[in-house]
Ligand binder design. Structure first.
Ligand SMILES: [Zn+2]
Length: 155
């Protein structure tokens, strides 16, 4: 691949932690469970260094959990973790912006945002003009999301 992301190495590592021996089947055993921005650069399973945007993925069959770089998670496992990281960067820059659909579903599934906030997100996500109360709710959701990230591991 030539850009430091070694698919063969990643595949070998992931297969070693999976039950399936076929890559296409093995991939489906994994799901995204956590999002971390590392303080210190780390190395991806593929050998790429440095990585800051880390995704924790868990294998539902074997119970194994590993951290993989955002790029590999998107490119090789097909999870749109890049959209979640984009949401985080957007709200960190401007707390009046909303996180997107992927981040909303992910943080709701992880228990970071509650059912009321999940509904609120859906009805206001695309709105630029919010009432004072709505803006306060949006900021509160954003703060919870950012707190979940900085805690390093929200699973
Ligand atoms: Zn990688």
């Amino acid at each position: 691949m030539g850009d430091g992301f070694n698919f063969a190495q990643l595949k070998k590592a992931i297969l070693g932690l999976s039950k399936a021996t076929d890559w296409e089947v093995a991939k489906k055993e994994w799901k995204l469970v956590g999002i971390t921005e590392a303080d210190e650069p780390e190395q991806c399973l593929c050998g790429h260094f440095p990585i800051i945007d880390l995704c924790s993925i868990t294998n539902g069959t074997t119970g194994n959990t590993v951290d993989v770089g955002n790029v590999c998670v998107k490119r090789f496992l097909g999870f749109r973790s890049d959209l979640i990281f984009a949401s985080i960067k957007r709200i960190r820059k401007d707390m009046t912006k909303a996180i997107g659909e992927d981040a909303t579903v992910f943080f709701h599934q992880r228990g970071v945002i509650n059912n009321w906030e999940y509904g609120f997100q859906q009805s206001t996500m695309k709105k630029r003009k919010l009432s004072g109360a709505q803006l306060a709710s949006r900021r509160q959701i954003n703060e919870k999301v950012l707190a979940a990230i900085s805690r390093r591991g929200i699973a």
